[in-house]
Design a protein. Structure first.
Lengths: 157, 642
């Protein structure tokens, strides 16, 4: 039983860690690019912030999946649930979509946002276009989140 | 939901009224002036000189920027502040104000202030330089070489001090430590003139840094001019201090004058905007065709504005002639979107993608209901919706924004309302679900919500295909419309029903739809190529499937908002357990957490709903590429023309 519980906790942690890494790298890339642009034109802070913040969602998706795992395990509020080894594996694997899709899409979304930052530097009026491009990458993190949520809600404890 | 009719207008006027006519056109802002086809008319384009105007505009905006630090309106007030207003017909009165002398005044003060500031900086440097020697009680007049001795002051690194001590005994060198700090000793040195070269060589090796007090070098030069023979370092420093005091007072005087000039700011703003439009007007003349007596202008005007334009140019009717005609097939007139009031804010989304091509139609009203619904589902948090709707309403009411910003705020308000409705139905109020009002709880029953999202997606994709059929009909490709697009329209719903219910009638209908596609999708005349090409295009079913599945994001984003709101409330509950300050920390977490969630969920909802319009919906039927209508009108930066 203890092993099952540990595996489930591992799943939640993995979702936060990998999603967080993806977002951190992504936001970092976009942030560096925007600092470069702002050194020339400090007035762009507001519009660039949007592009820098965009790859941050993967981390949030991971966080929120981990929270759902915690709810499921009774780590928040109520008494702890008992988890069999199989159920533990199930929860761990259910966390994979959001974790891995978040890791990779966060990094790539960061790259798209960084090039979007350069675009906004030259075409300030076209801010929403790179935002949409970045959202195209984010789709896969959203789909990962979706499947994780569906899997988690399907696993019976 | 349409594109407004646009007409070409041609104005021929007597040269004498050129500027008056342009002025009238600019005030009305109804016409987009086009460059005259000079080659066709056999005319030369005239060049314009706006250098002086541009120079003055630059001076004005610089002065306004410089004076803006006296602006004492608070941040909140500034946010809701309205621009000063100016009547269109009275705009030239702004130029009666003697702005040039105010500009001269401002520039004079700025130069003087900069001079004073740099002088003060220099004096401060001098003080810093003298400070270590202030303990030196000798009059500076004595610090001069005599017949047999040399005098030198300077500093030495702490680490070299021991070396100096060693040599001083034997070399005929005498020194005194005036002061020391962490890194350096500040010294007064006296040595024999005969030994001069040798000692100075040693000092160089010790990296001794001499201050040539008595010889005029760089920084000490102005210092020396203030120094008298009997002055000690302390006295010099006092003198410098007095000088700095005087300069500071002068600076304060100038600041007062500057503050007085700030009163003219509004007048300067008016002048700036009037001159800005004068520049635009002069610039516009370079687009006109001109002979000695006659000037020719051509441009685009919205058909519904023709009457107004005519009446506006009535005063010049004796010396002007107006011609109107519909655009020629080879011309590319600008596109003006025309929508009823509630649909107007959604034009922003269409414009972002690109304006429709000529002969196409405006998709704004077609996407509006979907977009409205999708953002509500993605955010699905009624409390946030209420906040956003309320804030945008207040901003519209008090700041009275215009143009694009107003439309954007209206859009936000509408989306806020949608979020309130859908948030109550499928989400909650700040993380607390109101169960009696809910039709579906996505946390309890995510699958039903998923089906709902996919159903909405199916409807929009099907609708998009229907619109593409309309396009084909318009282009007179009837077979394509009836059998291919018609085939899809039949195949998609009947296939879904067949998979769900297994009724044979649905199966037959799907096959019929598929048959239409297989037989007519390929344009080839070779029957084999035609058949296999058609079969291949049936493979598009995977694209339709992907499009519909893409709408599952509605569920994911909606759930994300709900769960994060719950997390925030959970954290609040935990924080309440902290003794004494628990309620304060809980309140901070509640406000901060929900604001954060509001930000990311609206951003996500907006962006992803937009993507669904662009990628899944527009790709079926919409072609952009129209150019926007840019009327020749009054531009404003600081004031508002009424």
């Amino acid at each position: 039983m203890a092993l099952g519980f540990t595996l489930a906790v591992f799943g939640g942690a993995l979702a936060v860690v990998l999603g967080g890494i993806g977002s951190a790298i992504g936001v970092g890339l976009a942030g560096q690019a925007s600092s470069g642009v702002m050194s020339e034109d400090p007035g762009k802070f507001g519009s660039l912030l949007l592009l820098v913040a965009l790859p941050g969602t993967q981390g949030i998706y991971g966080f929120l999946s981990a929270f759902l795992v915690m709810l499921k395990l009774g780590l928040v509020g109520e008494a702890l649930k008992s988890v069999s080894v199989y159920q533990g594996w199930q929860i761990l694997i259910a966390c994979f979509p959001v974790a891995f899709a978040g890791l990779v899409s966060g990094i790539h979304q960061g790259k798209v946002c960084a090039s979007g930052v350069y675009m906004v530097a030259k075409q300030p009026k076209d801010l929403m276009k790179p935002v949409i491009m970045a959202a195209l990458v984010e789709t896969y993190a959203v789909l990962g989140l979706l499947i994780t949520i569906l899997l988690l809600s399907g696993i019976q404890l | 939901m349409s594109i407004a009719q646009v007409q070409k207008v041609q104005v021929v006027a007597h040269s004498g009224v050129k500027m008056e006519v342009l002025s009238a056109l600019q005030e009305e802002g109804l016409v987009q002036v086009e460059r005259t086809d000079f080659e066709e008319l056999g005319l030369n384009s005239s060049s314009v000189d706006v250098y002086q105007l541009e120079h003055n505009l630059y001076r004005l905006s610089h002065a306004l920027d410089y004076l803006s630090r006296w602006d004492e309106t608070g941040f909140a007030k500034k946010l809701f502040a309205q621009k000063p207003q100016m009547k269109r017909e009275k705009k030239d009165e702004a130029l009666w104000f003697d702005y040039l002398s105010v500009l001269n005044e401002v520039e004079k003060i700025e130069t003087k202030k900069n001079e004073l500031l740099s002088e003060l900086k220099f004096l401060k440097k001098e003080m810093e330089f003298l400070d270590p020697f202030k303990g030196l009680e000798l009059p500076l007049g004595l610090l001069k070489p005599t017949e047999t001795t040399e005098v030198l002051i300077g500093s030495l690194l702490v680490s070299r001090y021991e070396d100096l001590q060693k040599i001083s005994g034997e070399e005929g060198l005498w020194y005194e430590v005036v002061s020391r700090d962490k890194r350096r000793f500040y010294l007064l040195l006296v040595y024999h003139k005969q030994e001069r070269e040798r000692i100075e060589q040693i000092l160089r090796e010790l990296h001794f840094a001499p201050f040539y007090f008595t010889e005029p070098v760089q920084i000490t030069e102005p210092l020396l001019s203030k120094t008298e023979e009997q002055d000690r370092v302390k006295d010099v420093m006092r003198k410098i201090d007095e000088e700095m005091q005087v300069k500071r007072e002068m600076l304060e005087e100038l600041e007062k004058e500057e503050k007085k000039l700030f009163e003219h700011r509004e007048q300067l703003m008016r002048v700036h905007d009037v001159l800005l439009n004068e520049k635009e007007r002069i610039f516009c003349t370079s687009l006109l065709g001109e002979t000695e007596r006659v000037v020719y202008l051509e441009g685009w005007v919205c058909s519904s504005d023709v009457k107004e334009l005519k009446s506006k140019l009535q005063p010049y009717s004796e010396v002007t002639e107006l011609y109107f005609r519909d655009p020629l097939p080879e011309e590319d007139p600008p596109v003006i979107l025309e929508n009823p009031k509630p649909g107007k804010p959604f034009e922003l989304i269409t414009k972002l993608y690109g304006l429709p091509q000529r002969g196409s139609f405006d998709p704004t009203l077609l996407l509006a209901p979907f977009f409205f619904l999708f953002v509500g589902l993605c955010v699905s948090e009624a409390g946030y919706g209420l906040l956003v709707a309320l804030l945008s309403f207040l901003f519209i009411k008090f700041a009275k924004p215009r143009g694009g910003l107003l439309q954007f705020l209206k859009l936000l308000m509408l989306l806020g309302i949608s979020t309130v409705i859908l948030g109550t139905l499928v989400g909650g109020w700040f993380g607390f679900p109101v169960r009696p009002l809910m039709i579906l709880d996505p946390l309890q029953n995510p699958l039903s919500f998923l089906y709902l999202a996919l159903a909405l997606g199916f409807i929009q994709v099907w609708f998009g295909t229907l619109l593409s059929m309309v396009n084909s009909l318009k282009n007179r490709s009837y077979l394509q419309a009836l059998f291919v697009q018609g085939g899809w329209l039949l195949l998609l719903p009947s296939l879904v029903l067949y998979l769900a219910k297994r009724g044979s009638i649905w199966g037959i209908l799907s096959l019929a739809g598929a048959a239409g596609i297989v037989l007519f999708a390929s344009p080839s005349r070779n029957p084999f190529a035609r058949f296999f090409g058609g079969l291949y295009s049936l493979y598009d079913i995977s694209r339709y499937l992907a499009d519909v599945l893409s709408y599952s994001r509605l569920l994911a984003l909606g759930l994300a908002t709900t769960v994060i709101a719950m997390v925030v409330n959970n954290l609040c509950q935990e924080a309440l357990g902290i003794p004494w300050v628990g309620w304060l920390i809980a309140a901070l977490i509640f406000v901060g957490g929900h604001l954060f969630n509001l930000g990311i969920s609206f951003l996500g909802g907006f962006v992803h709903s937009m993507r669904l319009q662009f990628v899944e919906f527009f790709s079926k039927f919409f072609k952009s590429g129209g150019s926007p209508f840019k009327p020749f009108e009054l531009k404003s930066k600081f004031v508002e023309f009424i």
